[in-house]
Write a protein that binds this ligand. Sequence first.
Ligand SMILES: Nc1nc2c(ncn2[C@@H]2O[C@H](COP(=O)(O)OP(=O)(O)OP(=O)(O)O)[C@@H](O)[C@H]2O)c(=O)[nH]1
Ligand SMILES: [Mg+2]
Length: 177
Amino acid sequence: MQTVKMVVTGPFNAGKTAFIQAVSEIDVVSTERKISSEAERIKETTTVAMDFGRITVDDDLVLYLFGTPGQKRFDFMWEILSEGMLGFIVIVDSARPETFREAKSILETFRAYAPTPYVVAANKQDMPDAWDVEDLRIALRIDSKIKLLPCVAPDKESVKAILLELLYSILEEMNEK
Ligand SMILES: Nc1nc2c(ncn2[C@@H]2O[C@H](COP(=O)(O)OP(=O)(O)OP(=O)(O)O)[C@@H](O)[C@H]2O)c(=O)[nH]1
Ligand SMILES: [Mg+2]
């Protein structure tokens, strides 16, 4: 049995928890807490430590998904969660351009933790004001070699497609070694 650890990261409210919940075959172990600060109250709760989910790909391959908190004050968890990861996914809220800069900075932070493959998920593509994937690539200055995929986190199929793309990149890199 082979297990692959993937980290799901990105800015506050980007959809990391929703992404893991959509595909996990176990009840996601989550650490949602009520949001106390008025400024961040665009939703009721936020992840304060991590999300944990699992998805079986086939008889001998299981993915373990670790979601990070999005808020800066919990970023001490990021490096801990990145321990042993074989790849990571950066979730971007395509409808909130004011978060793009932070998404890029989180991407760079995780690249510095480990030189693993990663993919970028252009989430919330169902929202009317969502940026197109290719516009997002330009705004975030993501190299054409990096996979940047459309995503609607509550839609299981779109999440699966992204996990598979990351898995392919991970397996490809293993074969090169
Ligand atoms: N329309 C739409 N809403 C989404 C999508 N993904 C997530 N949401 C909503 O966006 C909000 C934030 O989702 P979460 O999964 O809590 O985001 P998060 O990245 O885990 O947030 P933090 O843990 O607080 O950083 C919730 O209200 C979700 O229902 C999507 O693809 N489309
Ligand atoms: Mg969360």
